[in-house]
Design a protein around this ligand. Sequence first.
Ligand code: SF4
Length: 363
Amino acid sequence: MNADREPAGPRSPRRFPFEDFTLVLTRDCNFACEYCPLEHGRRRMGTGVIESFFAQLLEYVDHEVLVTLFGGEPLLNRRGVDRFFALAEEFAPRFAASGGVLRTKIVTNGLLVQTHLSRLIRHASIPGLAVELNISIDGGPGTQARQRPARGAPRDCYSRLARAISAAKDSGVSLSLGMVAGFSSPSLVDDFKYLVDAFGVPIFVMPVDLTYEFITSCPDLPARLKEYARKIRELLLFLHANSAYGGMAVNLNEKEFRDLKLPPLGPAIDWDGSVYVTRDFLFAMDHDVSFTPIGKLDAQNLDRFVRGFGTSRDGMSAMAQAAMRTYFGRTMFVNKRIGDYFTRLVYSSRCDDDAQTSPDGRL
Ligand code: SF4
């Protein structure tokens, strides 16, 4: 059959050259993770910023638009979340009619998920709208209590979190977990296995980043780094060798090689409307460096920021490198090596690499 005569199939949505838009609904958080380098603040993104953002999204209803709600803990901004999803529901039919899709992703520590779940389930069934939850959790109750304690630590914190994950899983909303491979965890294999056995949900696993203060004050850093490398290696080799667990590791199943330490690029909008090139602007492993906003979102300028990212691959790569240098600052000599080692191990079965055969987990 002549391909020219085939009826046209459904149009694929257009894609941006960047990963997502990020909305930082607040820097406030109800957790106190041992590795968190975020300067917390109690202020919330107002509904005006959210409304302005949506009004300007109208220009992109034929696109696949991914908006990540980020924090701090984004669900602490109840009013902001309510307004965001009311507008998402209102706009979804326009995306559906134009061949686009509005994908929303909430990156959360999970404690408040159940408060929002019924609404998310409803939204996930609306044409033109997709909803995804990524819940950060590092392992079983012991690991979580050690490296991700809730502020004020409610007694039933872990069981509440476990109930939230189970409810989210049963709800049918797209769900993944985010596990930080903690520096002081006795066994990352046990942490990962615990999460798979308890919840059966795909896990994005990432290595920890160390702050400059920690790096310069840790008396036995070389030995600790060697031990950490051994634990990362043990985890990745375990995942490669055990498909029942490895199949649950999001990173291992990504189709394309990518540098797992490059920050996600895209217009990242802080609670007050300031726009940055990456959501990593929130964090600074080294407090001597900081990100500079590329502007402020007003009623008519989102496309200026979008066009700023619509440059060549080289342009994006230069932005990524600059964001990475800013994020890591003087810690780059340690954190980048940890990240590169982790990345090589993730892909070691696909590329000819010596990481797998490194006898003692050298970084
Ligand atoms: S949940 Fe996230 S923002 Fe909150 S303390 Fe932990 S790492 Fe930081």
